[in-house]
Design a protein around this ligand. Structure first.
Ligand code: ZN
Length: 484
């Protein structure tokens, strides 16, 4: 047996996702990112004596939406609990979370992995409030911003079922996609609106008993998740192979140095002294709310991805790219309904549309070229009215001016040049200007055909019919074809 196979990793994830509610979980302060420090606070989220929390119904609805999308059991009554700890980011000295009676239990996230369909079972999902943020300044000074105190979070806990670091990263990407798809979290790992903690243990293959697990916090990118888990697996393996024992510990990922730093060991393990939150009654979720959220669920990303493949014959890769965001899938399907051939439409969305979105920023919903206009453009190209090269130029003009494609084609004179007489003249001019290449082509260097086609396209300002141009060049440069 290979030495590396002596232990297999077992990975579980705890993901915190900030809900996109207007207000915080227990007060009416705006739940907004990026405001001036300590401007979005009130006695409730500052934990002042006598201030009483009241649950935000929008946050409950969003958590229920997520639970129904993941097939969880939604508890008709769940219980908020106090998790006691002392730290400057938490002015109340306790977090309000859920402990032994969470909002959602069970369920699973399903997605297509490269090796096939994957189903990752979940332990639970619960609601809790976020802590403030410490800003560490030089000269050992730290500042605290309480704006984030009380912002609603869902904590999504998987069962320990993930087998390796890339498996964990893929799960997270798919979870992030679902959260964004449902409009309940923006999934921004860098800004911390989605955060991931990892539990890792090793066991001998086939053994049902889990080894002692350690925890990694602060993993703020998919790459960090993979790299952090990889380091921790290597560390544990080394300890076990040296005859040692794994001790419970929590480490932090240091993104700058790309290493794990032990934050606390077993002796420092915290006792949070959980108890039911006395200021809040049990959270009742009526069957009507669950039904309402379930009935309003959009077609979920996996189902959509599979449908795009089946209905339009798209390759798995294309369907995956188009379903990365609900808005992109919507845009694509609107273009197809407006007459774009599906595979051609997919190509235009994946190349031109996504590239210019990346370049210019902004949301697909407000994209300057409407799906209807894109469909018109795709048809101009596939009907052979303009060349693909001219199409790209038309697209750029549409972005700039908002014109419809026909108008741009007319204004710039981009109709396909398919007049053999005029094309012949261009071909002859190009051959005459490149006698060396022409001689090498005749000598057998066939790859130069593309060079000549490119020259003719350039000469014609991208309007030449490439098929016709290619034919003419081949005829002119064929043995015995001769130039006039
Ligand atoms: Zn407040």
């Amino acid at each position: 047996m290979r030495r590396e196979a002596a232990y297999e990793p077992v990975i579980g994830l705890e993901v915190h996702a900030q809900l996109l509610t207007r207000t915080k979980l227990f007060c009416r302060c705006p739940a907004r990112y990026g405001a001036e420090p300590n401007t979005l606070v009130c006695p409730v989220c500052l934990g002042l004596p006598g201030a009483l929390p009241a649950v935000n119904g929008e946050a409950v609805a969003m958590a229920v939406r997520l639970g129904t999308a993941l097939g969880c059991r939604i508890a008709p009554a769940s219980v908020f609990a106090r998790k006691n700890y002392f730290y400057p980011d938490c002015p109340r000295n306790y977090q309000i979370t859920m402990y032994d009676a969470p909002l959602c239990e069970g369920g699973a996230l399903e997605y297509d992995a490269p090796e096939g369909p994957r189903l990752v079972e979940l332990e639970r999902i619960h609601l809790e409030d976020d802590a403030g943020k410490l800003l560490h300044r030089p000269a050992a000074r730290s500042l605290v911003d309480f704006n984030r105190c009380g912002v609603p979070l869902v904590e999504i806990v998987t069962r320990p079922v993930l087998g390796d670091p890339s498996d964990a990263a893929l799960f997270l990407q798919n979870l992030r996609r679902l959260l964004r798809w449902l409009g309940i979290c923006d999934g921004n790992l860098e800004e911390g609106s989605m955060r991931c903690d990892v539990n890792v243990s090793l066991r001998t293959p086939g053994s049902r008993r889990l080894g002692t697990r350690t925890e990694i916090k602060n993993l703020n990118s998919f790459k960090a998740v993979e790299a952090g888990i990889r380091l921790e697996i290597a560390r544990q393996r080394k300890v076990l192979e040296g005859g040692g024992e794994i001790e419970r510990q929590t480490s932090l990922w240091n993104a700058r140095r790309r290493e794990l730093v032990v934050m606390r060991s077993k002796e420092e393990a915290r006792d949070y002294r959980y108890f039911p939150e006395p200021d809040l009654p049990p959270l009742e979720v009526r069957a009507e709310l669950v039904e309402r959220e379930r009935s309003r669920l959009p077609e979920l990303p996996l189902a959509r991805e599979r449908r795009l493949r089946a209905e339009y014959g798209l390759p798995a890769y294309d369907a995956g790219v188009l379903c990365a965001e609900r808005g992109i899938a919507d845009y694509f399907e609107r273009a197809v309904r407006a007459g774009a051939e599906p595979k051609e439409g997919a190509n235009w969305v994946m190349r031109e549309v996504l590239a210019s979105l990346r370049e210019r920023g902004g949301r697909i919903e407000e994209f300057a070229v409407s799906p209807d206009d894109l469909a018109r453009l795709v048809r101009l190209v596939s009907d052979g009215a303009i060349s693909r090269t001219a199409g790209t130029e038309v697209f750029r003009e549409m972005l700039r001016t908002g014109e419809e494609p026909g108008a741009v084609v007319g204004r710039l004179g981009l109709e396909l040049l398919a007049d053999p007489r005029r094309l012949e003249m261009m071909v002859d001019a190009v051959i005459a200007a490149n006698p060396g290449e022409a001689a090498r082509f005749r000598g057998g260097k066939r790859q130069l055909l593309e060079f000549f086609v490119g020259q003719v396209m350039k000469e014609s300002g991208g309007t030449a019919d490439p098929r016709l141009a290619r034919d003419l060049i081949e005829r002119r440069l064929a043995p015995g074809g001769g130039e006039r």
